[in-house]
Unconditional design. Structure first.
Length: 88
């Protein structure tokens, strides 16, 4: 209920903004708000594309690494994990 604005609430907010800022300043504020929203949308779209590119790159690297790595089962090795190399 708190996140929804009906037509009467919107009219009330616009009327209060008109009284506070005046008819000359209100269009400037609207333009500024519109530009800000446009820049925000562009930045989020760019960020989303960057994240998707990195995700696709990681997936392709993982897939190519899986293809390059021979299967342990085909070599006939046991289920035992390999021991880590000890630096001495």
């Amino acid at each position: 209920m708190f996140g929804r604005f009906g037509p009467w609430e919107l009219i009330l907010v616009l009327a209060i903004a008109l009284v506070i800022f005046g008819p000359k300043k209100l269009p400037e504020l609207g333009r500024g708000l519109g530009k800000g929203l446009k820049e925000f949308k562009g930045a989020t779209k760019e960020l989303r594309n960057t994240v998707e590119d990195v995700d696709n790159e990681i997936k392709s690297e993982a897939q190519s690494a899986d293809e390059d790595t021979p299967s342990e089962q085909s070599e006939g090795s046991s289920d035992k994990e390999p021991e880590p190399n000890k630096a001495e």
